[in-house]
Design a binder for this molecule. Structure first.
Ligand code: CMP
Length: 144
């Protein structure tokens, strides 16, 4: 099914110069970039985005980290992109992420795991609407 998903290079990924590498992996896979921006997340947006983790002991740490520096927010479109991009990203805990996945290749700890990707179609829609206005997304097809 044609879908859109929300992918974000976290502050550690931006600091380590991994934006290009991550964009490149999604481009080469064949997905279509529908929107992208470098931005500083506010505390309010962070708390909303991570709302489902509110009761977790690491919630404060999570909000502090995601607001600690710029992130690169993206919307990618394609056939089954939600599930496929989760495979490309790898397990949440980089210790369990397979080599070849983004976290498997570049991340060591669960707190600083480089990248976020929506975990379901419902989350994707919620997160895209949270981070992007409709006029920031472009609808087109790739000629490859
Ligand atoms: P993400 O997929 O962006 O969504 C929730 C995040 O919580 C997850 O990535 C991890 O980075 C983070 N997380 C999960 N478990 C822990 C933990 N034990 N300590 C700190 N952060 C965590």
């Amino acid at each position: 099914m044609m879908e859109k998903t929300f992918i974000m290079v976290k502050p550690d990924g931006v600091q380590r110069g991994l934006i290009g590498e991550i964009v490149s992996r999604f481009e080469k896979k064949g997905f279509v970039l529908a929107g992208a921006k470098l931005m500083q997340i506010s505390t309010e947006l962070a708390e909303e985005h991570y709302g489902e983790h509110k009761e977790r002991p690491f919630f404060g740490e999570l909000v502090d980290f995601i607001t600690s520096g710029p992130v690169f927010a993206m919307v990618w479109e394609g056939e089954d992109v939600v599930k496929t991009s989760r495979h490309m990203i790898g397990a949440t805990n980089p210790q369990e992420a397979n080599p070849g996945s983004i976290r498997g290749d570049y991340a060591v700890t669960v707190g600083k795991n480089i990248i976020h990707g929506s975990d379901s179609l419902e989350s994707a829609e919620r997160e895209i609407n949270l981070f992007f206005n409709g006029n920031e997304l472009v609808d087109y097809t790739r000629q490859d």
